[in-house]
Design a protein around this ligand. Structure first.
Ligand code: AKB
Length: 315
């Protein structure tokens, strides 16, 4: 059985659907906490309420369902983590440690835990950020992602538990909305453009950040998971890059599809300071070399696909 935690989230919903197609609906357990699962996920296969901060409950679920692989997606994203550092510590640090210890005890074969571009900070080279470089993030979320990477590598080196992870950038998708990240403006801009022909952006017009379309994010997680361990020199800490853009560049691309669209800016100092501490682009040559990473979507392809799918959904 494959367990996906955070299965009601932006990435979780789409990962569960893809895994159920590949491995059969009965072989993928959707683990959610407070947010209910979308109907198609709830009705298409097994699900459980999984509180990753509750070690005993987690252990029972992993053992009762004979879980062999875990995609651990539950996480409190950057902006929300800053407003509740205690909850972020519980979920993003204790939760990760619980997942790793339960996986080890229950002989789970593999654990995949996404990290984030938030694992870098203002001291890191911002352009073409190397895979292995200085990591001194200034956010609770970023600190928890450095913990995740280091602990994942530690469990691999010390206990030979196959833990793998990659640093996701902002992920854009039209099926399930993201919650409380810093890069979420990019998704919200499409909703604003389609529903109201306008959007007020909380980041400044020239804030450049790395971004990726959901099909590539799912592909990256699954390709990393199925890569032969013999080709990996890194484990829990791969850079993956697809594209970088600013709010003003995204607004111009959306305006080409919807000429009535207009953008205004009302900068939120907290989210702006988080964005300013993150890379503008990443050197992902380690991922390309070690497990063949290559994205399918550039910005133009993303904008066209995202706009038309979201327009259909909102009709
Ligand atoms: C966030 O903005 O918090 C996330 C991330 C980059 O990890 N999307």
């Amino acid at each position: 059985m494959i367990l996906v935690t955070g299965a009601a989230g932006q990435i979780g919903t789409e990962l569960v659907s893809e895994l159920r197609q590949r491995h059969g609906p009965q072989n993928v357990l959707a683990g959610r906490h407070k947010t209910p699962l979308p109907e198609e996920i709830a009705s298409s296969g097994p699900s459980e309420i999984v509180d990753v901060t509750n070690l005993d409950q987690l252990k029972a679920i992993v053992q009762n369902h004979n879980v062999t692989r875990i995609f651990h997606l539950s996480s409190i994203l950057s902006a929300l983590a800053e407003s509740n550092i205690h909850a972020a510590h519980q979920v993003n640090i204790n939760g990760v440690f619980n997942i790793l210890t339960v996986a080890l005890e229950a002989n789970v074969e593999q654990v995949i835990i996404p990290s984030s571009i938030a694992a870098f900070g203002a001291d890191t080279p911002r352009e073409s950020t190397p895979n292995d470089t200085i990591q001194r993030p200034s956010t609770t979320y970023g600190i928890s992602k450095v913990f995740t990477e280091l602990m994942g590598n530690y469990f691999y080196t010390r206990f030979k538990l196959d833990v793998r992870g990659l640093r996701l950038p902002g992920v854009l998708s039209w099926k399930t909305e993201p919650t409380a990240g810093t890069t979420d403006y990019a998704v919200a801009m499409f909703y604003g453009a389609i529903a109201h022909n306008k959007y007020e952006c909380y980041l400044g017009p020239d804030t450049i950040l790395p971004m990726m379309y959901m099909p590539d994010a799912i592909k990256s997680l699954l390709d990393l998971s199925t890569a032969s361990i013999n080709t990996l020199s890194h484990h829990s800490d791969f850079n993956v890059h697809a594209m970088s853009f600013t709010p003003s560049e995204l607004a111009s691309a959306i305006k080409k599809i919807n000429p009535q669209f207009s953008i205004t800016y009302n900068v939120d100092p907290l989210r702006q300071s988080i964005a300013d501490s993150w890379p503008s682009s990443l050197d992902d040559s380690a991922a390309r070399k070690e497990w063949g990473w290559q994205p399918d979507f550039d910005m133009a392809a993303l904008v066209n696909d995202m706009y038309s799918n979201l327009e259909d959904k909102l009709k």
